[in-house]
Write a protein that binds this ligand. Structure first.
Ligand code: NAP
Length: 248
């Protein structure tokens, strides 16, 4: 069966590393992004230079119509999806809850949670034996924040990741006998651009010595775990959470 993977938010960070590794493992890769077309095209170029197959597709996955278009374009260009990585995630400036407004909270929830539901729905319609699909696997990218709470920084972000954990729990059981496995990775402090949007680009360097392994993680270390969960080596693994967080 041809392996086709859609990775949301794959132009940078963990998503980009996952896209590059997926292509090495034989997947045709959809590199989804929101606005940074140059970064998305760089990922596609890297994959193609290594002999792989990839396509960059712009879509704001918090918007239902854009998600539907993303999956339809992927169907047409690469074939029906067999693996989905719900990876997109944003956070905003560090602050206490008592300073947060509804607009910000809703932005975080629609991007980090609604998008995961919508993309999972479209994937299930293509993978599940209930819809005559041939099966597949989904990995949701949550965060150690769902366990830790992110007090004084971004409780909204942490709570959105709590919702991702619960989505995994429910959906994994809903489709377990339909050929679809659903798992979750929870990265800890990983060296990517995301910390800049929180107002602290050097957040990982500041915190890493307090972690049991005394270092931050790399996007590639998270990508390795995601690809293993998607692979046949994990054929009896569903509804499982792997913390990639250096012991925290
Ligand atoms: P990142 O480097 O900030 O990259 C974010 C990616 O998401 C970019 O490709 C961006 O596209 C895309 N994006 C943002 N909003 C989007 C939208 N509405 N629709 C489509 N794409 C969108 O992020 P990262 O650090 O790799 O994080 C990846 C995932 O890991 C997130 O779910 C995050 O919560 C989780 N995580 C990260 C860490 C960490 O320490 N880095 C820790 C725990 C969990 P553009 O390039 O077009 O902007």
């Amino acid at each position: 069966m041809a392996k086709v993977i859609i990775i949301t938010g794959a132009s940078r960070g963990i998503g980009a590393a996952t896209a590059i590794l997926a292509a090495i493992q034989g997947y045709s890769v959809v590199v989804n992004y929101k606005s940074n077309s140059q970064a998305a095209n760089n990922v596609v170029d890297t994959i193609q230079k290594n002999g792989g197959r990839a396509l960059a597709i712009a879509a704001d996955v918090s918007q239902e119509a854009e998600v539907e278009k993303l999956f339809k374009t992927a169907d047409k260009e690469l074939g029906a999806v067999t693996a989905l990585v719900n990876n997109v995630g944003i956070l905003e400036k560090q602050m206490r809850l008592d300073a947060m407004g509804a607009e910000r909270i809703n932005r975080i929830l629609t991007t980090n949670v609604t998008s995961y539901f919508l993309c999972a729905r479209e994937a299930i319609k293509r993978m599940s034996t209930r819809y005559n699909g041939k099966g597949g696997a989904i990995v949701n990218v949550s965060s150690a924040a769902s366990r830790l709470g992110s007090a004084n920084s971004y409780i909204d972000y942490a709570a959105s990741k709590g919702a991702v954990d619960t989505l995994t729990l429910g959906l994994a059981q809903e489709v377990a006998d339909e050929g679809v496995r659903v798992n979750c990775v929870r990265p800890g402090f990983i060296y990517t651009d995301i910390h800049e949007t929180g107002g602290e680009p050097d957040r990982v360097a500041r915190i890493e010595k307090s972690l049991p392994m005394q270092r931050g993680g790399t996007p590639e270390e998270v990508a390795n775990t995601i690809l293993w969960l998607l692979s046949d080596e994990a054929s009896y693994v569903t509804n499982t959470f792997i913390d990639v967080a250096g012991g925290r």
